[in-house]
Design a protein around this ligand. Sequence first.
Ligand code: SAM
Ligand code: ZN
Length: 170
Amino acid sequence: MKQNGKPAARSSRRLYEIGKSRIQGSGVFATRRIRPGQKIIEYTGDIIPNDEADRRYDEENMERHHTFLFTLDDDRCIDGNVKTNDARLINHSCDPNCEAIIEGDHIWIYALKNIQPGTELAYDYKYERTGGKEREKFYICHCGSAKCRGSIMLPPKKRKKKKAAKKSAR
Ligand SMILES: C[S@@+](CC[C@H](N)C(=O)[O-])C[C@H]1O[C@@H](n2cnc3c(N)ncnc32)[C@H](O)[C@@H]1O
Ligand SMILES: [Zn+2]
């Protein structure tokens, strides 16, 4: 948009800030209106093989799941637990306003919706299901949305209905 013949100066203020979350611990909040499709922040950190991730985070002995790992592909993930990576503090929601997109060895967080200032940013972590029902407690979700599935893990895959038995020939 032009004002007085000059292009309007774009605000250099950051799109987000860190604050206390109602979901869990710290979170990331919009400071300005963010539009659908807008690129917000990169999820950075150390690119490590999965066995190194297992060494860094002893999930078996955690009371509840808490890591900063983001799967890149079958063999590698990004350990985002570095201070410069503000995206590590974005929480999960079952009704997210953001999405994480893998672009080569980079992970970017984009807005899915119009996000008003003060709103917490969240994307769906889409954790693969591990273990049975008892494992759900470990991944309990506190996103508070009406669509909450109760767990940060993906919902169980629906079983395909068996085709109705064919009528036997007379
Ligand atoms: C990458 S951290 C996100 C930042 C976190 N709030 C913090 O202060 O460290 C990921 C962890 O945050 C917690 N978390 C994120 N979203 C959550 C949710 N919807 N419900 C419960 N815990 C959540 C889980 O412990 C998860 O492993
Ligand atoms: Zn939820």
